[in-house]
Every structure is written in C-alpha cells, then in structure tokens.
Design a protein around this ligand. Structure first.
Ligand code: GDP
Length: 330
C-alpha cells in the first residue's frame, strides 16, 4: 500500500508545478499530494480542458515542454495545422499528444467518472507517484471583469495575452462546488505534516481553490503549518500577470501584499533573498532562499526551505515557550 501523503501542496500551473516537482523529488514516493486549481478549465472544441492539472501532471511525469513549462515535450501539431486549414478556432494551442488527454477526459467524464478519479488514473499511467487532486469535481470557472468587458479565463489569459486591465474576479460555480472526499482523507491523515502554497498566482490560481466553500476551514482544521512561497521576486512576477493584476487591483506588488492576501491561511512565508528586508518587517515567520527555480537543484532547494519552515513552525507550536525565529535556509 502507498504511504499517506505527509505534504499537501496547493498549485496552479507553471509556477506551482515547479515547486510541486521539487517537493516530489525531496519526499519519498507517495509522500506528496497536490491540490490543483481547476478555475482555468474550459470546454473548447467540445473537449474538457484542464490546463493546470495537465501542467502539473506533465511536470511531475518529466514530460513537460522544458522551455514553455506547459504542454508536452517532443510534441507535434498536425491537428492544429489541419484545424487552421479548415478555418477552426486556432487561438488555443493543442498538441497531438496533449489532445489525447482532453479526448480521454471528455469521454470518461461523459461516462460518469469523477474528475478526481480519472486524474488519479492519468497520474498512475504516467508513472507519477504523487496524488493529484482537482480542487472540485464539479465545474468552476474563473471570470474576469476587465476594461474589455467580462472575460472567461482562457480568453483573458491566452487569446488576449492578459492585456485587459482587471477590475475584479469571480468564480462561477464555486458556491456549488465541494472539495473532493479524497482531499478530506489527506487532511484527516495523521501522516500529514505540512501544507505548502506554491508560488502560483494568488488571484488566478490559489483564490479559486479558496472560493470553494469549506476549503479554507478544511485546510486550517488539518492543524499542520501552512507555508506559502512568494510568487514575487523583488516586486516582480517571474512570469505572468501576478504583479500587473496586483497593480490593477490597487495593491502594491510586494511581499507585504502577498502576506496580507494570505492572512488567516498561512503561518509562514518563503521569500527570495531580494525580499529579505521587506519580510523582516512583516511580523510573520519567514525564511529566505533564492526562490527562482530554473533547474531541479533550485526546485529542491525551495521545496526544502518550505518544508524546513513548516517543521520549525510545528516545533514552535508543540513547545509553547519556543518563539518561531527567523533565519536563512540552506
Ligand atoms: P499559471 O497557472 O501557469 O499561470 O501558473 P501559476 O499560477 O502556478 O504560477 C504563476 C506564478 O508563478 C507567477 O506569479 C510567477 O511569478 C510565479 N513563478 C513562476 N516561476 C517561479 C519561480 O521560479 N519562483 C518563484 N518564486 N515564483 C515563480
């Protein structure tokens, strides 16, 4: 029997998947569960597409496109070429190998399987030892209120390349959604030691999960330290619209805003060396490391830093007199 996961990570797509891979590499097989955002999911060409789940799956399976961080390596685009020739919508790129997952997922959902079940089966077939959990089995859709009007997520993100100014966000279907029972099992397990919020976009990737009723309470009820890795380095996003959206929502793109955003959820924060001074002023336990993850050594280092901070926080709460100190990770 597989061991129960000792760590639960919360992840969106590319940024989150890098940390999830670091965690998978430093934990024993089966030691990790990843709760993945499904607010980006949509139905396109009749196919159910789950971009974040697939990015995490491909990354953990070692078959992700190494430069893009999403999609498959060694991919071909015969389908897209033909679709374009037939005048079909070509703004969302679907590789030939990638297409198989969307077709299989659509077929299996139509046959009555839950997203959680078929995702676990995909992971098994890819040889991934980690438990992949969608945030809900029912559909939730991130909607953006922008200066270009109301936009579904993929239209904002891919078709319009995040150019419209964001005024607000909503998560359609979230109120009816429920965390999957498989998540409750992970959170109730005595093996669980830490919850790590990956450096994913807080607004587009983590907030949809927290919008599922009962999610926040379930995470806190696990009574293990919750540690986030900041997605900002020196006030800038490594990739994507995190800093841009923060500015548009009237927030400073800095560590304090990230800490404030996750207030009540997290017990500690992992920040980059560039943000150490800012973090010192927060009054929140933190640790400092280089958080840019370019290769596996980086991913493992950031994963270890997050796990060490969580372990330190767990020790601090079990020994009431020990104050959580701050310091540098290896
Ligand atoms: P998406 O769903 O594909 O947009 O990916 P995520 O939401 O998971 O991640 C996007 C966020 O990851 C952005 O805010 C990036 O700044 C952050 N990110 C990407 N790579 C890194 C990295 O190497 N280190 C850190 N600290 N953040 C990163």
């Amino acid at each position: 029997m597989k061991p129960a996961p000792s760590v639960l990570a919360l992840s969106g797509g590319v940024g989150g998947a890098k940390l999830a891979l670091g965690l998978q590499r430093v934990l024993p097989p089966g030691g990790l569960a990843v709760l993945v955002n499904t607010g980006d999911d949509f139905t396109h060409l009749g196919l159910r597409i789950c971009p974040d789940l697939d990015t995490v799956l491909y990354t953990l399976a070692g078959v992700v496109h190494p430069k893009q961080g999403w999609g498959r390596d060694a991919e071909t685009f015969g389908f897209m070429d033909e679709l374009r020739r037939q005048g079909g919508p070509d703004w969302f790129l679907l590789g030939d190998r990638d297409l198989v997952l969307h077709i299989e997922r659509t077929r299996r959902l139509a046959a009555g399987e839950r997203l959680t079940q078929l995702t676990a089966d995909f992971a098994r077939r890819f040889g991934v030892p980690t438990l992949l959990l969608p945030m809900a089995d029912s559909e939730v859709a991130t909607l953006l209120d922008t200066d270009a009007g109301a936009l579904e997520f993929q239209h904002y993100f891919v078709r319009l390349r995040c150019e419209p100014r964001v005024r607000g966000l909503a998560f359609a279907g979230a109120a009816q959604a429920r965390p999957p029972e498989e998540l409750a099992t992970v959170l109730r397990s005595a093996a669980l030691r830490a919850i790590i919020v990956a450096p994913s976009n807080p607004f587009l990737s983590i907030d949809p999960m927290l919008a599922v009723p009962g999610m926040r309470a379930a995470l806190r009820a696990a009574r293990v330290p919750v540690v986030a890795v900041s997605p900002l380095i020196g006030g800038r996003a490594v990739k994507g619209p995190t800093a841009k959206i923060m500015g548009e929502l009237g927030l400073a793109a800095d560590t304090a805003s990230i800490a404030r955003h996750y207030a009540g959820l997290i017990d500690g924060l992992v920040v980059d060396e560039a943000d150490a001074d800012e973090a010192r002023a927060l009054g929140l336990p933190f640790t400092v490391t280089r958080t840019l993850m370019r290769d596996d050594a980086d991913r493992e280092r950031v994963a270890r830093a997050a796990l060490h901070l969580a372990a330190r926080l767990a020790d601090a709460t079990s020994v009431p007199t020990a104050a959580a100190s701050t310091g540098r990770s290896p």
